[in-house]
Design a protein around this ligand. Sequence first.
Ligand code: BGC
Length: 741
Amino acid sequence: MALPPDLTTAEKASLTSGSDTWHTTAVRDAVPAITLSDGPHGIRRQRADAGDALGLTRSEPATCFPPAVALGSSWDPALARRVGAALAKEAAALGVDVVLGPGVNIKRSPLCGRNFEYFSEDPYLTGVMGAALVTGVQSRGVGACVKHFAVNNQETDRMRISADVDERTLREIYLPAFEHIVREARPYAIMCSYNRVNGVYASQHRWLLTTLLRDEWGFDGLVMSDWGAVNDRVAALEAGLDLEMPPTGTDGLIEDAVRSGRLTESVLDLAAGRVAGLAERVAGRERHDGWDVDEHHELAREAARASAVLLKNDGVLPLAPGLRVAVLGELARTPRYQGHGSSHVVPTRLDTALDALGRAVEGLTFAPGYRLDGEADADLAREAVECAAAAEVAVVFLGLPEAAESEGFDRTSIDLPGVQVELLRRVAEVCPRVVVVLSNGGVVSVAGWRHLASAVLEGWLLGQAGGAALADLLLGTHSPSGRLTETIPLRLADVPSHLHFPGSDGHVVYGEGRYVGYRHHDTLGTEVAYPFGHGLTYTRFEYSDLDVRETGPHTWDVAFTVANTGDRHGQEVAQLYVAFEAEHPSRPRHGLRAFAKVGLAPGASERVRLALGPRDLARWSVTRGGWRIDPGPFTVEVGASSRDIRLRAELSTPGDGYVGELSEMSTLGEWLAHPVGGRVLRERLRQAPGLPDLDRTDSPLVGLALGIPLIKFRTFGIGLTADVVADLVAAARSALPGDDR
Ligand code: BGC
């Protein structure tokens, strides 16, 4: 929307701040107000004028779909799109124009209190799932607001901490999901994070909000603040932040700044115009009086079923009919199905696994076994052990209580509550077969107890229909099909960020760099409890006939066959990684580049086709200030997890031909490796007597010399005077093609 021409500076300033917690400001009848609401796994529509970002005030009932930790584990973007469209329908019915989500921050540490709201430790998977959700929401004309931009990977000191990250790590790990979503799904809005990025508040970060987001990625939507993230409104406007939420009553500061010349009016016009533009965009959204509550509950159940991850199974699952089953654990009766904080939704209904299993299994017995507050209770434990002793299978529900994880603080341990593990030990002593079902938003350690269980089903937080979905999986009406989007380490100390997280004195150093999650573990070969991408089903899959074809410059088609060789229907998540074995330049051993979820009947097979493009081979080059493809070998890996690679193809690329510029401070080695510099230097050195053969790799003298900047040879008496070096630099430069200069 073009900004109405007759708006006063005061009116324009008012557009760049909300009118209350969930609305932008309307200006006369020229620009209507926009209604914003949290999600993102359900709509948290607060009716009271004085809403809050913490979930203190009750909200209208809405379907609680599986939070991102679960939905991400489905590895099913088509499903995420459908969930997004359903969310948008509910948003429309509740009068909401923009849904505040998805959250697409990377899970740098399992301790982050908000990991339940994020998809993965992997940027590609996060980007694909986030884009799918945005596309679904926006398919009904409701806006999505992707958050929290950027590098918001912890809750400790989240409103002040500076995430200190090197450029290559930013480009390769923390920014690609945002970039992918902006380019592919064109979100209406982005929410900046609270934290600082390399010392500058995200809300005032011009490079982040303008240079990168708009100029480089082509974002054409609105940037709003996280709730309360603006510290200096004028600086924020200048950086490219359009809308402060919620209002702080500081519009007068903007007017003063325009009047005094500190703020150019055109900057204000741009921001106010973007708010007006968003208002116009969402004016065209669908209108709904309500939604089919049963239908959305069914979708929530389908999504929950697709999201649980079967970590281990010796064959006890699915539960055979007729078994004497004991269900143990308070979490079977009082489910944890979403996380705490601003995303907390009031569900339309709530399924429990206990009810769902009780309906299906005759004679099922139940004992709560432990208290959710972690206090020991000998009577509860004894009752549960007795119950287990009389059963053929004990299904034990374990997990994190509500108080253990939330927005606003981080965990300090990944252990389950001690009383729960103790109960499991005692149950395993008296019952021959134990199935553990987990409910947790952040990863929990399994290393100390998994040997006690015949099967472990990781249920994450599965939303309001999670209880019924878990029963479907345990009973085998459906086969589990979720896969881990994050590594489950053996020990917290094995997590690469462990030595740095969560920082101190206002800074958190991202010292592990690009080695996040499996990128670290797979590079070093660290033993893990369960690797990224892992998840079992009730059937088996075989991979064969890998065929990789070059289709153009730096593009390949990858085809292979997946066959269901078991005797039940199941879904496989075939994963494609690109691996770089070479040490130099140093990079993680491999990274996920594509995947496909395929459903197959027993005996059926499917030819899967995936594509690789230039960016899939590229790395961020700090010296170039851009992406580059190094020449050399690489491997296409196809498999069922980052550690279960079934097919491989060795390939090689000539690289992108980029040749860097040489200077007098470039080393002898860099000169010799350079296509032009190497030639002119060799010609010059031919005139210098007594030099060793520079191509002798076994000579320590040559090895030593290769690391010395060329100009330093001016005192060596081999003719490389300062003038000669200057001539060589000029010669090397003039011979380069235009693009590389
Ligand atoms: C959270 C955001 C949320 C906002 C509004 C903030 O505290 O970080 O994710 O959208 O509140 O509730």
